[in-house]
Write a protein that binds this ligand. Structure first.
Ligand SMILES: N[C@@H](CCC(=O)N[C@@H](CS)C(=O)NCC(=O)O)C(=O)O
Length: 410
């Protein structure tokens, strides 16, 4: 059971509604540029978190480039994933703010048009990675452009790369370019260009409308849905028939998302960002129970190679982006180390490697430099010296090779 509290600025007119994703209640805004706050709490046994928008960020860039007074204020430091003084020690993920939809209908506010929309992403970010995978699986490369921020997230949040950095070994990659039109240095400038009063976090992915200069949506699960259906009139086979959320699997997909989102996708963050031993242990145990469940499903619940057998769906995308980061980052950086994937979860390992090595949409959108450097050098509260561990080596094993412990087990 969930309850929703909203704090809405005076001019905002919005309507509470059910999400097209089924379970989440949220506000549909008549004017998507207004800011609003949503505090969602839930008593569902599967959820160990609530979302809150305690986070406030300074609304102006200081000309000197130094942090504003507000940024210096301890409560507003960008790496304070748990509100200082919150005795629960629990990381509470904020609800995404911009929730409009692109539609295939030509008279929609955001109609599907080639070349009109842009994705701002980070290669480090699993949520953004989802949208890059879907963009490729649906053959939308010539229809939706994208650009990638620098892997480092500093006190002002994500920043764009400089022209000098573009070819740097640790930075380079497809779409890693400076901000083109306005020459913004930070992603937050984009958010402020839409709403100077914006008080939420400056997250990726951002689905941007180049024509009206609006943020259409910054919630990856909803962006996936738009990419899946709304551009179908603009693409040819075989991409048109790719259906990541097929009608007959919707109930099962939704049920799978429910536990995987909370316990795995967000679970690694809740373990890693916890500020008390109790919160860490509670979340890390729940995470590994969920991984055990995923392992069981993939080992004997499906003929594979995908979560639902022969059909690749949203579930594969959403689980993959967490699992591919697991051994390189989450095991050590987020202390998710009851097991690792390569030696502890053979069926998940096989499923993940099949996606990575056999489907370019997964491999081509995975950038281990951005992934490893981002977490280890941006979360200075967790890793104050910003030293990036070298291992594991390699980041991902070749398809038919196992770590010695597993080979020995036969
Ligand atoms: N609900 C969002 C979450 C996105 C998110 O949290 N992105 C992270 C990167 S992994 C981010 O941009 N964080 C910046 C911040 O919180 O300041 C989605 O799924 O799109």
């Amino acid at each position: 059971m969930s309850s929703i509290r909203t704090g809405v600025k005076p001019l905002l007119r919005g309507t509470a509604s059910r999400s097209p994703l089924g379970r989440v209640t949220y506000l549909t805004l008549n004017r998507p540029t207004f800011s609003f706050s949503v505090v969602l709490t839930t008593t569902s046994p599967h959820r160990y978190f609530s979302t809150a928008n305690f986070f406030k960020m300074a609304t102006k860039d200081t000309p000197s480039g130094k942090p504003t007074a507000q940024e210096k204020d301890n409560d507003n430091v960008i790496t304070n994933w748990v509100k200082p003084g919150d005795k629960s020690g629990e990381f509470k993920r904020q609800q995404s703010t911009f929730r409009s939809f692109i539609s295939s209908s030509p008279d929609a506010e955001f109609p599907a048009e080639p070349g009109r929309y842009h994705l701002y992403v980070s290669y480090a970010c699993p949520w953004a990675n989802r949208t890059l995978i879907a963009r490729k699986l649906k053959g939308l490369e010539d229809i939706i452009s994208f650009s990638v921020v620098h892997w480092h997230m500093g006190p002002k949040g994500w920043r764009f790369v400089t022209p000098e950095e573009v070819e740097q070994e640790d930075v380079k990659g497809e779409g890693v370019v400076p901000h083109e039109e306005e020459g913004y240095t930070h992603l937050r400038e984009l958010y402020f260009s839409v709403n100077p009063e914006y008080e939420g976090r400056f997250t990726v992915p951002v689905l941007w409308d180049k024509k009206t200069k609006q943020i259409v949506n910054n919630e990856s699960s909803e962006i996936l849905r738009m990419l899946n259906t709304e551009f179908n009139d603009l693409i040819d086979e075989p991409f048109k028939s790719v259906d990541l959320y097929p009608e007959d699997l919707r109930r099962e997909i939704d049920e799978t998302h429910e536990w995987q989102y909370d316990l795995i996708n967000n679970g690694v963050y809740k373990a890693g960002f916890a500020t008390t031993q109790e919160a860490y242990e509670r979340n890390v145990r729940a995470l590994f129970e969920a991984l055990d469940r995923a392992e069981k499903h993939l080992a004997d619940g499906t003929p594979g190679p995908y979560w639902f057998g022969e059909r690749l769906t949203e579930v594969d995308i959403r689980l993959f982006v967490t699992i591919i980061r697991f051994d390189p980052v989450y095991v050590q950086h987020f202390k998710c180390n009851l097991r690792d994937i390569r030696s502890g979860y053979p069926a998940i390992h096989k499923w993940m490697r099949n996606l990575y090595w056999n489907t370019p949409a997964f491999k081509d959108t995975t950038n281990f430099n951005h992934i490893k450097f981002h977490y280890t050098k941006s979360h200075t509260n967790i890793n104050p010296l910003s030293i990036t561990p070298l291992g594991p080596v390699p980041d991902i094993l070749p398809r038919w090779e196992e770590v010695p412990a597993v080979s020995f087990r036969g």
